[in-house]
Design a protein around this ligand. Structure first.
Ligand code: NA7
Length: 545
């Protein structure tokens, strides 16, 4: 670290000089930091949180847990690191996941190169020096060659959703800003807005504890029951014995999970299809979605048949026609947005202390001091409001930072018109900015995040090696390469029923956000090959200077 390095575009002198600055100390940031430090780069990570964990630091709401099997969510780059950690169950809860990430940080001794409680507020590219000037909320100014964002795909919460929130006389919590200290919900009248993957986990967890639970339902979800056995020593040994197999297979599957599509719908008799659906459904995992029948993403009649199978399961559990009307989706296909796993979620609606409020046609108008007011004037009186209202996905984490590229362009402006990237890894006009979990790559929506983030961070490390080996200082995708990727991405997405459904997958959950399927839908293995092809071709489509 040097004391003063003045950047011509900034008045404040830089206090730290780096080869690479990493934004975020979650799953991606930790591994990226480790990789670059191993290479001898001067690298430092920054995180708003007080500790490591990213998603698993912020989402500490009641009931937060994996929908990925724990043993595939781990890093696979080091066998000892993998095997010296043991999970207690197939889909562990947030506290256990956070402990695992602490174990990673401690084993790799990462905390010494992370500044916590520090938010990156701006990053300005200087074409003359070929470096970024980065500023934090604590007044630090950092001069860095590479800026690597590991800021999360689902990390920019939609917190101010309703007018009048500050007038509420009780407490409002967004699920991803849940306090570390215990929140007392016992004996309280609690309202939950949002029935996505998060809302479902909260609802099924708190229903028994609270005095009254009011659930505001707008769009119902297809849900799958989770099978979540505890792991005894034999189970742990068994999955650890699969380390090599997992390492070899996960990066090449469609979704980065241990299972993959294996049936051809057209080759199966109706009886066999049903038999297979029952079998896959009973697996109690996301297999029904990510390794059932790939045709359901493309062909309306297959989508309808699989959707109807899941609807029938839901109807069986709900029985009540009013609840069926409210909670069983009919206007979009199964799997065209995130499918949550759940544990007795639907049964919650049968409880005496639970009221389901349909806000599809009678929307939430505002928050008033007593509670939630609907468009028709009805007020639901509450002590606590839980907003499980989701995120400005993919782009939000980056547009909330003032990122200025070549010729002063602003990423927030560019992406307010059209969200574009090159393979989700770089953006034309923003040299030496490398992104993980960003739009147009296969993150979160259809991917086991750790599989994708390991692959992306490894690609980034290799790209930085290449730049350094060639003696160049700067790497940037060409406009043509970016256009090609955007076209390929859109073509892939356009063939898919996902593009027709409204959810964060298409950006439709944020007012004014340009619509585009945010995640690459061509498959994790396919994406990996495409990004490796670019590298093998000497970073074809990237300018090195
Ligand atoms: P999601 O999946 O975006 O869900 C947000 C929920 O909040 C969804 O049910 C929304 O209904 C609801 N919502 C948002 N605004 C409103 C208003 N104004 N009125 C009523 N309901 C509203 O977020 P999650 O946190 O559950 O999950 C995000 C990802 O995190 C998930 O996919 C996993 O990958 C992990 P809507 O559907 O818009 O009608």
């Amino acid at each position: 670290m040097t004391d003063t390095l003045t950047d011509p575009q900034q008045s404040a002198p830089a206090t730290r000089e780096l080869d690479a600055l990493i934004i975020g100390a979650g799953v991606a940031g930790l591994y990226q930091l480790h990789q670059l430090r191993e290479r001898g780069l001067r690298v430092h990570a920054y995180d708003t949180a007080t500790d490591v964990g990213g998603t698993w630091y912020w989402n500490r709401y009641p009931g937060a847990r994996f929908d990925s099997e724990a043993y595939i969510y781990q890093y696979l780059f080091d066998e000892d690191l993998y095997k010296n950690w043991s999970w207690s169950q197939r889909f562990p809860d947030q506290p256990e996941i956070e402990r695992w990430l602490h174990y990673i940080a401690e084993t790799l001794d990462l905390r010494r190169d992370i500044s916590f409680s520090t938010t990156i507020t701006s990053a300005v590219w200087n074409e003359d020096t070929g470096r970024w000037t980065v500023t934090t909320n604590t007044g630090e100014v950092i001069n860095t060659q590479f800026l690597i964002t590991c800021a999360g795909m689902l990390s920019a919460p939609l917190e101010n959703v309703f007018p009048g929130q500050s007038d509420f006389s009780g407490k409002i919590f967004h699920t991803s800003r849940w306090p570390k200290e215990d929140v007392d919900l016992d004996g309280k009248r609690v309202g939950v807005v949002g029935t996505g993957a998060t809302g479902i986990q909260v609802i099924q967890t708190i229903a028994e504890r609270v005095e009254e639970l009011t659930i505001f339902v707008r769009t119902p979800q297809y849900v799958l029951p989770m099978r979540n056995p505890q792991f005894g020593p034999d189970d742990v040994t068994a999955y650890k014995d699969r380390f090599q197999e997992l390492r070899e297979t996960l990066p090449h599957t469609f979704s980065g999970f241990e299972y993959d599509f294996q049936y051809v719908w057209a080759d199966l008799t109706p009886e066999r299809r049903l038999e297979l659906m029952e079998e896959i459904y009973d697996n109690g995992s996301l297999k029904m979605w990510l390794a059932g029948f790939i045709e359901m993403f493309f062909e309306e009649d297959v989508s309808e048949e699989v959707s109807e199978f899941v609807r029938a399961k839901m109807r069986d559990r709900l029985q009540d026609p009013e609840l069926i009307d409210l909670l069983v989706p009919t206007d979009y296909g199964f799997g065209t947005h995130r499918v949550p796993l759940e544990t007795r979620y639907l049964e919650v609606y049968h409880r005496d202390n639970v009221t389901a409020v349909n806000v599809r046609d009678n929307a939430i108008a505002r928050i008033v001091p007593e509670g939630v007011q609907l468009a028709d004037g009805t007020v639901h009186e509450l002590d606590v409001i839980i907003l499980a209202t989701g995120f400005d996905a993919g782009s939000g984490a980056l547009t909330r930072i003032d990122i200025r590229g070549r010729e002063g362009r602003a990423l927030a402006d560019d992406w307010s018109r059209e969200i574009r990237t090159t393979m989700g890894l770089m953006v034309h006009g923003y040299p030496n900015l490398l992104t993980t979990g960003a739009p147009l790559a296969p993150s979160a929506a259809l991917c086991n995040m750790t599989t994708c983030l390991q692959q992306q961070t490894e690609w980034i490390s290799a790209a930085l090696d290449h730049v350094r080996e060639t003696g160049a200082k700067v790497i940037e995708p060409t406009a043509e390469a970016e256009q090609q990727w955007v076209e390929h991405h859109d073509e892939t997405a356009g063939a898919n029923l996902i593009s027709r459904t409204n959810s964060w997958y298409t950006g439709s959950n944020v007012e004014g956000k340009p619509r585009r399927v945010l995640s690459y839908t061509g498959g994790v293995g396919d994406y990996r090959e495409r990004t490796l092809d670019v590298a093998r071709a000497g970073y074809k489509g990237f300018d090195l200077r």
